[in-house]
Design a protein around this ligand. Structure first.
Ligand SMILES: Cc1cc2nc3c(=O)[nH]c(=O)nc-3n(C[C@H](O)[C@H](O)[C@H](O)COP(=O)(O)O)c2cc1C
Length: 278
């Protein structure tokens, strides 16, 4: 046992070598009939836990994780038809109920979405979440007030002058285009020195969105809020708790939907470029 705490239950191990052959960094080897860590390669382990999950008999544990604590996947993946309907039927929701998502549902959603893959398994993504509609209301008002100031002082950059229209809609009709009136938002960020911070942030929100919709929650990618926080009022980021050494990933607004969609969109054929490489 070394720094990655790799251990094998010899009573369960059937010497199939699945863990050894699936290790992406060749950290494992067979010592006689038993898998073991190669001492001078342990530091290469990226903690992906493939060795633990590929083992058919639950013999491998690593980094303190016990295979008996994991979910068994037998017959638990969604049917392809259901998965396809989820992907085809997911819509951007722009009308929300004025209600919080229950805290247990929120917690499950965040924990599941955080399982999304990250480059080199860095797992650096931070979820900055507004999980309470009263806090969201304060944030919404503060952002709209700041936006109104920027409009009044003629400080909107030329390419973002269209934000003036959003300030007007809020002021005159109470319509919130920036957050679509949602009770919650999530912002992903990741350390700049992660291998793939931008991609990790987007992938995490893609998983978040699909799992949210499977829980009958609504989501919308919020490019306007992202522009507001990155281009117009970056001073908010400190108050939101986004670390200064993080890249700002993306914003997603979400909550219980106040709109229901009944059918998928008509088939839109994919743009496919089939390579004929001779
Ligand atoms: C990167 C990205 C940014 C988006 N930004 C916004 C936004 O700021 N506000 C909004 O209402 N919708 C936004 N959307 C939603 C798109 O307008 C929407 O996905 C598209 O119209 C297709 O509709 P659907 O998501 O219901 O299939 C965004 C979508 C993506 C992928």
């Amino acid at each position: 046992m070394g720094s990655m705490n790799f251990s094998v239950n010899k009573e369960r191990c059937i010497s199939c070598e699945a863990c050894v052959s699936d290790c992406p960094y060749f950290v494992l080897t067979m010592e006689e009939d038993t898998p073991a860590a190669v001492a001078d390669r342990e530091s290469l382990c990226i903690k992906c836990l493939h060795c633990l999950t590929v083992c058919p008999t639950g013999a491998v544990s690593i980094n303190g994780f016990d295979p008996d604590d994991c979910l068994d996947m037998e017959n638990m993946f969604p049917e392809a038809d259901k998965m396809e309907t989820l992907i085809r039927g997911r819509r951007s929701v722009r009308k929300y109920q004025d209600e919080n998502i229950e805290s247990s549902v929120m917690e499950r959603l965040l924990q599941v979405a955080w399982q999304a893959p990250t480059g080199v398994n860095a797992r650096g993504v931070l979820f900055t979440v507004v999980d309470d509609k009263e806090i969201m209301e304060r944030l919404r008002r503060a952002v709209m007030t700041r936006l109104a100031e920027l409009v009044r002082d003629d400080k909107l950059p030329e390419q973002l002058e269209f934000f003036a229209g959003f300030a007007k809609l809020w002021e005159e009709q109470g319509i919130d285009i920036l957050f679509r009136g949602a009770p919650h938002i999530i912002i992903t960020s990741a350390p700049k020195n992660c291998p793939c911070p931008e991609q990790d942030c987007i992938i995490a929100l893609s998983y978040f969105e699909l799992f949210a919709q499977s829980l009958r929650l609504g989501t919308v990618w919020d490019g306007l809020a992202k522009l507001a926080f990155t281009e117009l009022m970056p001073e908010f980021n400190e108050q939101l708790g986004i670390p200064a050494d993080h890249i700002f990933g993306y914003v997603m607004a979400f909550g219980k939907p106040a709109v229901e969609y009944h059918r998928t969109v008509p088939i839109r054929p994919a743009a496919i470029n089939k390579v004929t490489f001779e």
